[in-house]
Write a protein that binds this ligand. Structure first.
Ligand SMILES: [Zn+2]
Length: 85
């Protein structure tokens, strides 16, 4: 019976192609994830604020909370005034 054998071969080929296609998609998804993964920590580091040190007392504080006077960062106006004197 050659015809059922041919159908079996075609079915097997389709089955193998489906597996190959599924593997390809799975591998591509993993590659995409591994490519996207290094970007995520960069985005997080961009979100975390830069820490600066008070030029007077040496305390570390977020850049947005600091005072920039004469290219020096200060934790409060008092320390900026004291350093400026
Ligand atoms: Zn200070």
């Amino acid at each position: 019976m050659p015809i059922p054998t041919l159908i079996k071969v075609i079915m097997a080929k389709i089955f193998l192609l489906a597996i190959a296609f599924w593997l390809l998609i799975t591998i591509l998804k993993r590659y995409r994830n591994s490519w996207n993964a290094p970007d995520e920590p960069l985005k997080k580091s961009e979100q975390t604020e830069l820490m600066v040190q008070c030029a007077h007392c040496g305390v570390h504080l977020p850049k947005s909370d600091s005072l920039l006077v004469n290219d020096q960062y200060y934790c409060c106006q008092a320390h900026a005034d004291e350093a400026g004197q």
